[in-house]
Design a binder for this molecule. Structure first.
Ligand code: ADP
Length: 498
């Protein structure tokens, strides 16, 4: 049994892991950067250690510092969360060598799936259907053009080391190829220190559907059904749901069988996700495997009742899965909305500042996974995702109604957020009838900015400001009549939750 886990992450996912540790009676140790001194995860953890300066390279990405901290504080294991070092095979290898247990897959599995072209090759040889295209990086422009013509335009240029939609270029014709090839290479080099590019057929208006899998170190594999993550902006997910209303039993069989095959192909253990594109005729294409916990894991937890983080920890301890495939069933429907600090009117540019008000929704069927509270600083250094709101209902409509209600209750002041935009999406006919695909936001939402829904956003803003004013007045009153209230608050700010 682990006695202490070092949480090598920040924000809502660090909080999520700390909570799992608390339930398991395992000591949680947080690490944090200068910018995160006042962060929620730091106050929540049993122990917290300053790791370095604000830039990620000097803190959350500093492999040496993180491993030496783990050893110094006698951590039994490290949970990497998502992002940062979670899929860095070099980091995982270093953890393995240090004697500390990595809560995730082996460095070997991560290596096999980390490079997208070798992953595509591996999948092809294990009967997992891939998007038509190349399975080796293309370095030569003329060779690339010939391949693109063979595949047929439009094609997508993608970075072998890719992630977060970076280094991706859609090319409609041979004339555009040369410029797109150069700019994709350039962007990939900047983002991933590698300019390896490969080519895929561009699938027209598909759904992004992924399968959650989990496996133990004893060779037992299970899937936990699918998630539909087709509501995206800039190829990044914004709203996810489980199950997908597009997936019937036959398609679910094909998706989950392919996902288990993929996991077995790289001798996977711990939680992982296999992402697919599914076209209008329900053809399935492997996109990539994420060898870590996903941001959107709560929707799967909601419909299955399985705590994925606790299961991850148990697997890392060497235990068998706590359930069998036959024990799992889909209960109801769940939706997740990612709340970002961003200016939706202005090309989704991140918004920074200090949180002045954080009034979170609650009530039946609502879960909020957040990394912020009043006084948190939203800095330029990290991902602008603040919070995830997760709804559950007996059916899809109930989950949608609850989400719309919850987002209406959610008040954040101090930074701009996408809350109004999320509510707008949830009310659109394409979302309600499930016909949306990965281009939905781009086609339906962007052209409306700023006119049609600006009034709704203004309303949200006004509302947040008036709640803030009332709250401050409240506090002022309480302080003048009874100084204890504010000082209690201050103490809470510096102390820890119980
Ligand atoms: P990344 O790892 O950079 O996030 P992915 O391969 O996971 O890249 O793709 C991210 C998103 O880009 C997908 O969810 C989808 O919206 C779009 N996409 C990727 N490949 C294709 C393709 N071949 N055709 C159409 N859209 C694609």
């Amino acid at each position: 049994m682990f006695s202490k886990i070092l949480v090598a992450n920040r924000g809502e996912i660090a909080v999520r892991i700390i909570k799992a540790c608390r339930e398991l009676k395992i000591t949680s140790a947080a690490l944090y950067s200068e910018a995160d001194k006042n962060s929620l995860h730091v106050r929540l953890a049993d122990e917290a250690y300053l790791i370095g300066n604000s830039p990620s390279s000097e803190s959350y990405l500093n492999i040496e510092k993180i491993i030496s901290l783990a050893k110094r504080i006698n951590a039994s294991a490290i949970h990497p969360g998502y992002g940062f070092l979670s899929e860095n095979a070099g980091f995982i290898e270093a953890v393995e060598k240090s004697g500390v247990i990595f809560i995730g897959p082996s460095s070997m599995s991560v290596k096999m799936m980390g490079d997208k072209t070798s992953a595509r090759k591996l999948m092809e040889s294990h009967n997992v259907p891939i998007v038509p295209g190349t399975t080796a990086p293309i370095s030569d422009l003329m060779q690339g053009l010939a391949e693109a013509e063979k595949i047929g335009f439009p094609v997508l240029l993608k970075a072998s080391a890719g992630g977060g939609g970076k280094g991706m270029r859609k090319v409609f014709s041979a004339e555009e190829f040369s410029e797109a090839f150069a700019s994709a290479k350039n962007e990939s080099l900047k983002a991933f220190a590698s300019d390896d590019i490969y080519i895929e057929k561009y699938i027209e208006d598909p759904k992004h559907i992924e399968v959650q899998i989990i496996a133990d170190k004893l060779g037992n594999y299970c899937h936990l059904f699918e998630r539909d993550c087709s509501v995206q902006r800039r190829h990044q997910k914004v709203i996810e749901e489980a199950p997908s209303s597009f997936v019937d039993n036959e398609l679910r069989e094909r998706l989950t069988a392919a996902a288990i095959n993929a996991a077995k192909a790289c001798s996977y253990y711990n939680a992982g996700t296999i992402e697919f594109l599914v076209d209008k005729s329900k053809n399935v294409y492997f996109l990539e495997m994420n060898t870590r916990l996903q941001v959107e894991h709560p929707v799967t937890e909601s419909i299955t009742g399985i705590d994925l983080v606790k299961e991850q920890i148990s697997i890392a301890e060497g235990n068998p899965l706590s359930f069998k495939q036959g024990d799992l069933k889909i209960y109801g429907h769940s939706i997740e909305c990612r709340v970002y600090a961003e200016d939706t009117d202005n090309n989704f540019v991140p918004s920074t500042g200090q949180i002045k008000l954080h009034r979170r929704p609650d009530g039946i069927g609502i879960r909020v996974d957040t990394g912020i509270d009043p006084f948190s600083n939203v800095s330029i250094f990290y991902d602008p995702m603040l919070t995830k709101v997760i709804s559950w209902g007996r059916n899809r409509q109930e989950a949608i109604d609850r989400m719309i209600r919850a987002l209406g209750e959610y008040k954040i002041a101090g930074v701009l957020t996408n809350i109004a935009a999320l509510r707008w999406v949830l009310k659109q006919p394409e979302f309600l009838d499930g016909s949306f695909d990965i281009n939905f936001v781009e086609k339906s939402f962007l052209p409306l900015i700023p006119d049609k829904w600006k009034s709704e956003q203004a309303f949200e803003y006004e509302n947040a400001v008036s709640v803030l004013a009332a709250l401050l007045k409240d506090r002022a009153n309480q302080t003048s009549s009874n100084g204890v209230c504010l000082s209690k608050n201050n103490k809470w700010i510096e102390g820890r939750y119980e």
